[in-house]
Design a protein around this ligand. Sequence first.
Ligand code: SF4
Length: 435
Amino acid sequence: MSALTPRLEITTKIGCSINCRYCPQNLFIKRYIELYPTGDRELSLDNFKLVVDKLPNDTRIDFSGMSEPWLNPYCTDMILYAYEKGFRITVYTTLAGMTEADFLRIADIPFELFVLHIPDKNGNSNIILSDEYTNLLTTIVNTEKDGKNIITQYSCHGDVHPGLNKIIPENSLISTGLIDRAGNIKTDNDSIITKHINNEIVCIQCSDNFFHNVLLPNGTLLVCCMDYGIKHVLGNLFTQGWDEIHNSPMIHELRSGLKDEKSDILCRDCSNAITITEIYDSYMRYYNWAKDLEKATNNLKYTISNYKDTISKREDTIVDLKNSVEKRDVTISNYKNTISRRDVTIVELKHSVAKRDVTIADKNKLIGEKIGGIVDRDKIIADRDEIIADNNKQIAQQRELLKAQSDYIVKLQSTFIFRILSFTKKIAKRILGRR
Ligand code: SF4
């Protein structure tokens, strides 16, 4: 099995006040006090720095260990120190002991994993749902880093507590599995995974280099996070180096214990251990899966190739369309310029029309005044026509009078002539009669 990169879980404090039902906390505390009666109960910041400064550069530092990390008041400072030193960092926390100020100090760190252990409704975890807790939980749940939620996963020892329904987003990744910690939890609860394996085994978590270890506050390095009984002490990181410890007799004992079914190593009871046969079965499963995957991949490649052709053609079409659009853009731009010029002309014409309107208005006014004058004149003419009509009437009457007088005169003249003729005739007769 290939070697994994180193991982070191930090136990910042001996004794976890939360004391979940399925955590072998009592066993751990009892064994620590038995083995190290005067050993540090809290990891000091200086000792943490001492350890970090001797770790391989590719080590991932996990703030989890055998107790809640923030029960140590220097936990935030430890995380910041490890981050400044360039280590990959992971956090597993119940939030116990963490304040909002603590969280804000580390909120910008790109954690590889940030796993929240949340309360369950089965009472397996003793996390108290205070206002302070739910406020801090809400802040963290709503915090994003590089567009992603800072929380990568939730862990719950049962069904999620109903008091969190409005806080934990739907579709969150929540692991609920319970294990017996390599036999360190004695229970008759069937839902807890227990295991005992014979034959040759390997650890799927630590490989055979046992690089996934747990640091205790006194520098003790345990083989892994299952070892609550402090059974496999690899060495002490305060006084030894990483490489020295990983060549220790305990490492060799563990390594040979993986092959020897009679060995009494913790791994024989661990859910992370699997047999060579299981590995082979898994290998065959993955082999067949890989073959199916290869077949599916080839089909997909063929489909993708067809898609690529289609995409290529569409890209050509898009280029043509782009050129066409560009040409239209030029035309539109020209139209716009023309319209702009016309707009200027229209504005000028409007000004001109406005001026003409003013002129026309003035002229209309003048015409109105003249029409008024004409109307007055028409009235004068009408008056005069009336006078002329009266005059004509009078003239006609006078003409009639004159005619009547003329007729009378003619009549008088006729009468006078007749009388003259009659008188002349009488005179003539008298004259003629005398002769
Ligand atoms: S106890 Fe389990 S996790 Fe620890 S090294 Fe053995 S198999 Fe791996």
